[in-house]
Design a binder for this molecule. Structure first.
Ligand SMILES: [Ca+2]
Length: 412
């Protein structure tokens, strides 16, 4: 965080310090030091230097310049200005920086420079620039603002209630309540410091932008608020996780339409991202879905469909799947099975969109799903993960995740 913050200040600080146009604190001090040592410089043998002409290019004799150099003075010092009638008050004003040109910069005023003082000033400015401390060229009110910003950022990074502070900073994120530890969000600094431009629309865009580590990320899908998602980075793509469930899950999955709409659970564990967000994500691009399953014996299997779309709420968040591929079997779109989930609307305990004329399947069997009459697969349940071609209500784990189709990437 500090490098960004300071990175922004580096340009301004360095630029002003280098030009000296605003005559900051350090420049004034340097000039004062330089002026105090100018008595070491030799008196001129020739006094015909025009007013305002820098001594280094003026008429100071070579012998004077050599003597000046031997005494660690760079040019003609104050005697040029004194000779030209300059007043000491002008030097003082110049030192404060108000109307002056650069201190020691060869302008018409205050070109008196002692090498040591100039070097010290240069080192000071360089160090400030190196560490990007823009106070070098700040006025008091700017320094105060910088201190307040530093305190604010320090509180975010160093205080014991870092999570509470972060949540306050991240209040515009729609589903932050699904995150237990906000500091676990990989890119929270980007949002706090307003430096992520633009926000990525899914985990794959995060991956393509250089984020190689799996974890929580803030994204902003088209037409959606910012939201946190679990990203699985496989070394070639970024997968956006929309569901995670385990046999021993702590959540009931028996939720209302609104709860399913905006998501629930813990994004770092079992959760449903939310039908509205899933729908908005899948309308951005052409996505495929991968359903990873762990069967009752601990075997890892998967089912993929080369197209995955969740229609909008007006269409009941209906599921639209492409062609199956995998080793877990097709339990969602196989027309030879009793129930077909492809093309079905979403149902939950207070919204019956299934094809059972007798019941609301969600009430009978648990959580929300794209029920037919009623299911061949149901992964949104507590203690009964079912995939008829792999497990009979005893799968140990399921993960559903999306990634856009890439024609250039062969590794999956
Ligand atoms: Ca029904």
């Amino acid at each position: 965080m500090s490098s960004r913050s300071h990175g922004k200040g580096a340009g301004g600080g360095g630029g002003e310090g280098g030009g000296g146009g605003r005559g900051g604190w350090s420049a004034a001090s340097a000039a004062s030091v330089a002026a105090s040592r100018c008595h070491l410089c030799p008196l001129p043998q020739s006094l015909n230097v025009p007013r305002g002409q820098p001594a280094s290019t003026g008429g100071a004799p070579a012998s004077d310049r050599a003597l000046a150099a031997s005494q660690n003075c760079e040019c003609g010092c104050a005697w040029h200005r004194a000779q030209a009638g300059a007043k000491a008050s002008e030097v003082a004003v110049a030192a404060r920086g108000a109307p002056s040109t650069a201190i020691g910069g060869g302008g018409s005023k205050s070109h008196c420079t002692n090498k040591n003082a100039t070097a010290a000033a240069a080192i000071f400015v360089c160090v400030c620039g190196l560490f990007q401390i823009s106070t070098c060229t700040m006025y008091p009110h700017q320094i105060l603002l910088a201190i307040l910003a530093f305190i604010s950022l320090s509180r975010v990074t160093n205080s014991e209630d870092v999570d509470a502070a972060l949540r306050k900073q991240l209040k515009e994120v729609a589903n932050l309540e699904m995150v237990q530890n906000a500091s676990e969000i990989m890119n929270w600094r980007d949002l706090v410091l307003r430096s992520a431009i633009p926000y990525m629309r899914d985990c794959d865009e995060m991956f393509q932008a250089g984020h190689r580590e799996s974890g929580l990320y803030i994204i902003r899908p088209d037409n959606a608020r910012k939201l946190v998602v679990q990203c699985y980075m496989d070394g070639c793509n970024g997968w956006t996780v929309i569901q995670h469930n385990t046999h021993d899950t702590e959540i009931t999955w028996s939720e209302t339409w609104t709860t399913y709409k905006y998501g629930f659970g813990n994004l770092e564990a079992d959760h449903w991202l939310g039908n509205e967000y899933i729908s908005l994500i899948t309308q951005q691009k052409w996505y495929k879905v991968r359903i990873r399953l762990v069967d009752a014996d601990g075997n890892h299997k998967y089912a993929e469909y080369d197209s995955f779309v969740l229609q909008n709420e007006d269409n009941g968040y209906a599921l639209k799947l492409g062609t199956y591929e995998g080793n877990a079997g097709d339990s969602l779109s196989n027309s030879r099975l009793k129930n077909m989930h492809d093309n079905m609307k979403f149902s939950c305990k207070n919204q019956d969109n299934d094809r059972s004329t007798l019941d609301n399947c969600a009430n009978v069997h648990g959580g929300g799903w794209w029920y037919d009459n009623c299911f061949n697969a149901q992964l949104n349940r507590k203690g009964g993960l079912h995939w008829s071609t792999l497990c009979e209500e005893n799968c140990r784990r399921s993960v559903i995740m999306l990634k856009p189709i890439h024609m250039y990437c062969t590794r999956v």
